[in-house]
Design a protein around this ligand. Structure first.
Ligand code: CUA
Length: 170
């Protein structure tokens, strides 16, 4: 069988495209730390967050020398806390849950982005940048959660380590 040269070229080009598409899809789904919310996440009773050790008093706490945990509750249409500070150059693990419907927790300009499902705790660890002056990061809800969805936001400020102070809450 005689295959024309042009035909061979286009056959080869088509194969390269197919392999390329499969490679980009594979990379996009597993290559950059993307994980689906699954049954291995912690669960929580959304009607009883008051009795949960972390969510009863949401906010920032220090858990190691340079490690912090932030518990955040998402509700229509706000986050609690809605405005918080974390120290620069630290490792911060967010634990986020919802009290009502599905929201998301997305730190604008970073790849920190997770769905927030009532009854589930979404946890993600973020290395904070080493900044010289306070730097604000917006947090947005990416899941349509009702008529106030577009107003649902919070503010995280990364502050230089020597300016960081844990807020005392009695
Ligand atoms: Cu919460 Cu959209």
């Amino acid at each position: 069988m005689n295959i024309h040269t042009y035909e061979k070229f286009w056959l080869a080009a088509a194969m390269v495209l197919i392999v390329g598409f499969i490679a980009t899809i594979t990379y996009g789904s597993v290559g950059i730390g993307i994980a689906m919310v699954d049954d291995e996440q912690d669960t929580v009773n959304p009607d009883n967050l008051d009795e949960h050790p972390g969510f009863a008093d949401p906010g920032v706490e220090q858990v190691g020398e340079n490690e912090y945990e932030v518990h955040i509750i998402a509700v229509q249409y706000a986050y609690f806390p809605g405005d918080f500070e974390v120290p620069a150059d630290s490792e911060v693990t967010f634990h986020v849950t919802s009290e009502d419907v599905i929201h998301s927790f997305s730190v604008v300009g970073t790849n920190a982005n997770t769905m927030v499902i009532p009854g589930e705790v979404a946890s993600l660890t973020v290395e904070m940048p080493d900044v010289d002056e306070p730097t604000e990061y917006g947090i947005l809800c990416n899941e349509y959660c009702g008529p106030g969805h577009h107003d649902m936001e919070a503010l995280m400020t990364v502050v230089p380590e020597d300016e960081f102070e844990l807020e005392d809450d009695e």
